[in-house]
Design a protein around this ligand. Structure first.
Ligand code: ZN
Length: 340
């Protein structure tokens, strides 16, 4: 089967990989019908995360079940399915509490590499959620977004306690930040402030429900949030970048007693304990338990109540994945969809 393999920073190739097959009786194999490139795939592409030799890429997917292991009961051959970027049993205490991405049996889908024609899905019963049927073509990008960026933005907005009457600020105008804006709006937030310097991303943020845009970053940006909120700061803040500066920007944008939902994969963040101590904010984040939200998100998309697929601004065939990585690295694209 054809699949994306990263050889070294900046070196992405599409080549013949070993066919996906059932290994455990709890596995399924899906025919991937659309995949995409994640902001987090850029960390190794830029050499910030180390690669251990040629690495199959991709952890977001939508597809059709091709084959199931003997113990799989909840999905069958022919089902159209969406799954999270982390496979989970969905039965352990951590899963039942809604933290499937930290399931005691979790498997990171990045280790499978879903930017490929087929993918092995471990723990298929707990991981895959069938859609109500074969989706209309125009719903595919949104369903694919649910696999990671939408689910992650949604979790971040929930962790930031977005809800009626709340002011929510969003640090990061990538696909996850924009999805968090959409989520905060759906969850009933009254005011949604997004940090962004990009006109197109500002426009999409407003379409998704942002009421205010701040172009400044860091402490200056955080001070602007305080200015807009009578000196208090936001009730909740989403952090969707993962740097030391963006973490402080988020924490300082929140009021005392407020909530920061952080979902940007942190790189080099070392928070000063004493500074943190005096902020009095709740910090809640990590790899998003997308599986918790998938049934609800699939239904909202199916009913055309939300259109998160708009975060994709470049579509390429799988064979041109290298160009997709380049476009995202050079910020010519927010998020790239790969067709199969
Ligand atoms: Zn579990």
């Amino acid at each position: 089967m054809r699949g994306v393999v990263m050889y070294a920073p900046g070196d992405v190739r599409v080549e013949e990989r070993e066919d996906a097959k059932i290994v455990e009786p709890t596995d399924a194999v899906i025919r991937v019908t659309a995949a995409c490139i994640c902001g987090s795939d850029l960390w190794p592409y830029r050499g910030i995360e180390k690669l251990n030799g040629p690495t199959p890429m991709g952890h977001e997917y939508i597809g059709v079940v091709d084959e199931v292991g003997d113990e799989v009961q909840n999905v069958k051959v022919g089902d159209y399915v969406v799954g999270s970027f982390v496979a989970s049993d969905n039965t352990c205490e951590i899963c039942l509490a809604g933290y499937q991405s930290r399931c005691i049996h979790n498997v990171m889908m990045g280790s499978v590499g879903t930017q490929a024609e087929h993918a092995r899905i471990p723990l298929a019963d707990g991981t895959l959620v069938p859609t109500p049927g074969e989706p209309d073509k125009d719903l595919v990008p949104s369903l694919l977004a649910a696999s990671d960026v939408l689910g992650t933005g949604w979790f971040a907005a929930v962790a930031a306690e977005a809800g009626p009457g709340k002011t929510i600020a969003v640090v990061g105008d990538g696909a996850v930040g924009l999805s968090a804006v959409l989520a905060a709006k759906q969850l009933g937030a009254e005011r949604i402030i997004v940090f962004s310097r990009h006109p197109e991303r500002q426009a999409l943020a407003r379409e998704f429900g942002a009421t205010d845009v701040i172009e400044e970053r860091g402490d200056v940006g955080a001070a602007k949030v305080k200015e807009l909120t009578g000196g208090y700061g936001a009730h909740g803040v989403v952090e969707a970048v993962g740097t030391e500066e963006s973490m402080w920007q988020a924490i300082r944008s929140a009021r005392a007693g407020g909530y920061v939902g952080y979902v940007g994969v942190t790189h080099g963040v070392q928070l000063d304990g004493l500074k943190l101590f005096f902020t009095g904010v709740h910090l809640h984040g990590g790899p998003a338990p997308v599986r918790r939200f998938l049934p609800e998100l699939i239904q909202l998309i199916w009913d055309r109540a939300i259109d998160p697929g708009k975060v994709f601004d470049l579509t390429l065939p799988l064979d041109e994945a290298a160009e997709g990585y380049k476009a995202m690295d050079e910020r010519r694209a927010t998020k790239v969809l790969l067709t199969l």
